[in-house]
Design a binder for this molecule. Structure first.
Ligand SMILES: Cc1cc2nc3c(=O)[nH]c(=O)nc-3n(C[C@H](O)[C@H](O)[C@H](O)COP(=O)(O)O)c2cc1C
Length: 321
């Protein structure tokens, strides 16, 4: 059995989010209690073509371990070749197969959630990757394409040798519309003996509690709930482990992490791209602040770290004046 001992009872991992979960973002979340994390989705084809941007997306620091590289694609041989390269050149803790992305530009190529209606192909991809490398291989999927059909696929993936499955409790057709069905994630969990990680709309202790109760899963995955709040991982883990509800971070603690992200992102991607990417992160941090419209306006125009500092000063003065 390939080792996935980082997936433990009450582990709470950071979901892969293309365009959001950069190396800097992942580091911040790991620092604040995420149990493990994934790269943004990586095109297997682009990787095998040695595309520079794709290589950049796969960079990670030891502080992000346990770290998995998530591949998308539809050609078993290309996926296998990508896995071989990943193991030889990057040696992450695991490789994950994207079977959940509903974006038409991905599913149009039989990749992402399109694999949920091509079970033979999904299994053949899993088999090829498993034969090509000795890393643990996991899958991230949804409940099905247009109905609940992933249970059979999960069983087949387990038989192929997949080590764990993360399930976003929606169908591909639903995209991000409600509801999330934790009970159906639970049906998948009951059908396999590998860990099943429950995902979808976990944003606080009560939604985490709900996800655990209804799915019976011992591990959770958080995506959007971490945006603007990296402390969420520590809070949810404390709640799951000890039943203790930790206080929410104070504004100054929260904004410290925003500046930490800014500095780290500018180092990772260069000043120009770093600050531009900070615009969306700033928006997330300012959610719920009074005067949100004018703050949003300023956030989407950030050009420098000083602009960010000024924005935070304004946000705090609007809140406390
Ligand atoms: C902006 C964005 C980018 C995403 N990118 C990926 C991705 O690269 N790979 C993937 O498997 N899922 C991706 N997802 C889906 C998330 O991993 C997660 O399954 C989904 O957001 C539901 O979890 P949440 O409600 O905790 O956010 C993405 C989601 C968002 C919002």
């Amino acid at each position: 059995m390939r080792k996935t001992d980082f997936i433990t009872d009450n582990s709470v991992c950071l979901a892969p989010m293309a365009g959001v979960t950069s190396s800097s973002y992942r580091r911040l979340c790991m620092e604040h209690g995420a149990s493990f994390c994934y790269s943004e989705m990586i095109s297997a084809k682009a990787l095998t073509l040695k595309d520079k941007k794709t290589y950049k997306l796969m960079e990670f620091s030891p502080l992000e371990r346990p770290f998995g590289i998530q591949l998308f694609g539809y050609e078993p041989e290309i996926m296998a070749e990508a896995a071989r390269i990943i193991e030889a050149e990057l040696d992450p803790d695991f490789i994950d197969i994207n079977m959940g992305c509903p974006a038409p530009k991905i599913t149009g190529n039989k990749s992402g959630s399109a694999l949920l209606r091509e079970h033979d192909l999904a299994c053949s991809i899993a088999e090829s990757i498993l034969n090509a490398c000795s890393l643990p291989v996991t899958a991230k999927m949804r409940l099905g394409w247009d109905g609940f059909s992933s249970l059979e696929l999960a069983k087949r993936l387990e038989a192929e040798g997949i080590s764990a499955i993360a399930v976003h409790g929606r169908t591909a057709k639903q995209a991000y519309k409600p509801p999330v069905s934790y009970d159906l994630i639970g049906e998948i969990r009951k059908a396999v003996s590998i860990p099943v990680i429950a995902n979808g709309d976990i944003t606080d202790e009560s939604s985490a509690d709900n996800a655990v109760r209804l799915s019976g899963c011992r591990s959770l995955m958080i995506g959007r709930g971490s945006e603007g709040d990296p402390f969420i991982f520590g809070r949810i883990r404390s709640f799951l482990n000890d039943g203790v509800v930790l206080p929410k971070p104070r504004d100054n603690e929260l904004f410290e992490t925003l500046f930490e992200l800014c500095d780290s992102l500018c180092e990772e991607k260069g000043l120009y791209i770093g600050i531009h990417e900070m615009r969306k992160h700033a928006l997330s941090y300012l959610r719920g602040f009074p005067g949100a419209a004018s703050l949003r306006n300023a956030a989407v125009k950030l050009e420098t770290r000083a602009d960010l500092e000024e924005l935070v000063r304004r946000a705090l003065s609007l809140k406390y004046s």
